[in-house]
Write a protein that binds this ligand. Structure first.
Ligand code: F6R
Length: 614
């Protein structure tokens, strides 16, 4: 979490930095700050609690001149969100200013060492320790900033993406990364620096993704230089990024989340483009074909992910097991990485991550790799850390997801998992020709069915008004709908702050049924599939206890409409593809309830889009 931006060139840096911070605000938004070396050679630092707009207000009428600067938007890890803890942090002499994304794990030891030498700290952050350490090393050894940064980082345990400005050298920014992302943009007579490419694409499409323990020397009128912590030059590949600026704007929608919900039919088409051919009746995920032998000899698959991506993984398990007859385990990446899992070269690990930067998922991948497992990544952000360390993978191609609550990434992940399962099933011969062909046809029909579901938006907006009173919600589903129930509950709690729980519907009677009373809204995914009758019984149990049932049903259902308080009718689709349809109204329900309650839908409290710390 935390967003980093930097600029050096001929233009005024401040507007570029502020615009960049706004693009990165999804990464954290509890405080923000900027450091600029002004036209009269002052190192000015402005920072404040709150969002980037608060920083702009704070910097009004201050000296914001300068053609070099760094800026930061924070998601607090060490120290509460307040101006003192906001970045950039000054060194003692106020000659250096530093911004940081990550966690310095041994900061307490380093801090004690510096305090013993007389250093005084103004903030409670780990970051201030780093900038003081760099200055201390530089002063004691009379060395240049780059060497001081190299020596300091050799003492650091933890994760970092940093950028350092030196008041006495307005022609240089020193930036480094380890386990936190950092991208350098190469323009004409100018350089940009950012946590991802979104602040950069407006100015240049030429970027370099820094690797772990690399340091970039970004200098005015000189070529980019990249070295490692031991000062060995590192070769770097300049990549071309293809991001469309329109994808980074709200495009007339009140929130990114609503825009992203509505983009889903197009996103799923983009995700399937070149991979599914209805006329020729086939689906091909090329990365599966390219690594066919390795995937086919796997004894089992293990899916690692967090949050919404983990919910997609639960659906992936059912798809792969039922289409391909390969056992699949689904693990929270954060648990997997710390419990010495049994894993070896016979296993295939599928890592699912929208951002491709989630620290726990990245660590789980590294662990699995070290044990010889083959790693398949399913990510959205191109060039992010996870796709760069996996053996192969498939991007979901849904475009930048900016709303903090994940929507289109989830449906994109499920779509890739369906294509992966179908491609493998074809190779393994575990689906009949008729089943396979029917799946290809049904999958290609999903975008148009999603469009039909989106037409329910006004009705769901009206319905949402009734439920703003609720303090609790229960979501129920079975089979493929159980992960959808979990996802619906997660969406509601993260943006409306209403407590919500998802359960497998049949588990109700083992405890949660005690919660049901006339106040309790219960969302039930009750589409007409193999478990329909069972779910119907579960609805009866809830109604017998006066719960308020909102049922997602298959269009034309006349049975549940007589029992449930509200029915949302959805187009019919095969059970295994239903999550792509049933998730959409739950996203809309969460969105509209949060809007009715006046919540900050795109930037809910305490959250950040990309969780690059453990
Ligand atoms: C929920 C949400 C989070 C993420 C989780 C994993 O709406 O966005 O639960 O799904 O933090 O993030 P990625 O997919 O980037 O690894």
């Amino acid at each position: 979490m935390c967003g980093i931006v930097g600029y050096i060139g001929k233009k005024q840096a401040y507007p570029i930095l502020i615009k960049g911070l706004k693009r990165l605000e999804y990464r954290g938004y509890d405080s923000a700050g900027v450091a600029l070396i002004s036209d009269n050679k002052q190192l000015n630092v402005y920072k404040t609690k709150g969002k980037v707009a608060d920083l702009e207000a704070f910097a009004t009428h201050k000296d914001i001149s300068g053609t070099v600067g760094i800026a930061h938007t924070r998601w607090a890890t060490h120290g509460e969100p307040c101006s003192l803890n906001a970045h950039p942090h000054f060194s003692s002499s106020e000659r250096l200013a530093l911004i940081h994304n990550g966690i310095i794990e041994n900061y307490a030891t380093l801090k004690e060492k510096l305090q013993a030498k007389g250093y005084v700290f103004k903030s409670s952050t780990d970051t201030e320790v780093l900038v003081q350490l760099i200055e201390y090393i530089q002063n004691s050894n009379h060395i240049d900033l780059l060497t001081a940064v190299q020596l300091a980082l050799q003492e650091v345990i933890g994760a970092y993406a940093i950028a350092v400005l030196d008041r006495d050298n307005p022609d240089e920014i020193v930036a480094a990364r380890k386990s936190s992302p950092l991208v350098v943009g190469i323009g004409t007579n100018e350089f940009f620096l950012a946590s991802d490419a979104t602040p950069i694409v407006e100015y240049t499409d030429q970027v370099v993704y820094l690797e772990d323990e690399e340091i970039a020397l970004i200098r005015r009128d000189k070529p980019l230089r990249i070295v490692n912590l031991n000062n060995v030059e590192c070769s770097h590949e300049v990549k071309t990024v293809a991001l469309n600026l329109g994808q980074l704007e709200k495009g007339g929608y009140p929130h990114f989340m609503l825009k992203e919900i509505f983009e889903q039919p197009d996103c799923i088409c983009d995700c399937m483009r070149g991979r599914i051919n209805v006329n020729e009746n086939h689906v091909i995920l090329f990365s599966v074909i390219d690594h066919k032998e390795r995937l086919l000899r796997a004894k089992r698959f293990i899916i690692v992910a967090c949050g919404t991506s983990w919910h997609a993984g639960l659906i992936g398990k059912q798809l792969i097991e039922s289409f391909c007859r390969i056992p699949v385990e689904v693990e929270y990446a954060s648990e997997f990485r710390y419990r010495n899992p049994v894993i070896d070269e016979n296993d295939v690990v599928i890592a699912i991550s929208q951002s491709g930067e989630t620290a726990d998922t990245l660590a789980a991948v590294e662990l699995a790799k070290s044990r010889g497992a083959f790693i398949f990544g399913i990510c959205n952000v191109i060039g992010s850390s996870i796709p760069r360390i996996t053996d192969t993978g498939a991007y979901i191609h849904v475009g930048p997801e900016i709303g903090v609550a994940s929507t289109k990434a989830f449906t994109g992940q499920v779509t890739v998992l369906v294509m992966l399962a179908l491609t493998l099933a074809k190779e393994r011969g575990t689906l009949s020709e008729a089943e396979y062909l029917s799946m290809v046809r049904e999958l290609s029909a999903i975008p148009s069915k999603m469009k039909e579901v989106l037409q329910l938006n006004d009705r769901i907006a009206q319905l949402s008004k009734i439920f703003t009173y609720a303090h609790n919600f229960i979501y129920l589903g079975r089979g493929y709908s159980y992960p959808v129930a979990l996802e619906g509950a997660l969406k509601l709690k993260e943006i409306s702050y209403i407590h919500a729980e998802g359960y497998p519907a049949a588990e109700m009677k083992h405890g949660p049924i005690a919660l049901i009373d006339a106040e309790m809204p219960v969302v039930v995914i009750a589409t007409r599939n193999g478990l329909y009758e069972k779910v119907l019984s579960n609805i009866q149990e809830i109604k017998a206890r006066k719960g308020r049932v909102i049922a997602l049903v298959t269009r034309g259902d006349t049975v549940i409409s007589r029992i449930a308080d509200t029915c949302i009718e959805l187009p019919e689709t095969p059970e295994c593809l239903e999550p792509l349809i049933t998730t959409v109204p739950l996203q809309m329900l969460a969105y509209h309830i949060a809007v009715c309650k006046g919540m900050d839908v795109d930037q809910p409290r305490n959250l950040a889009k990309s969780v690059t710390v453990e």
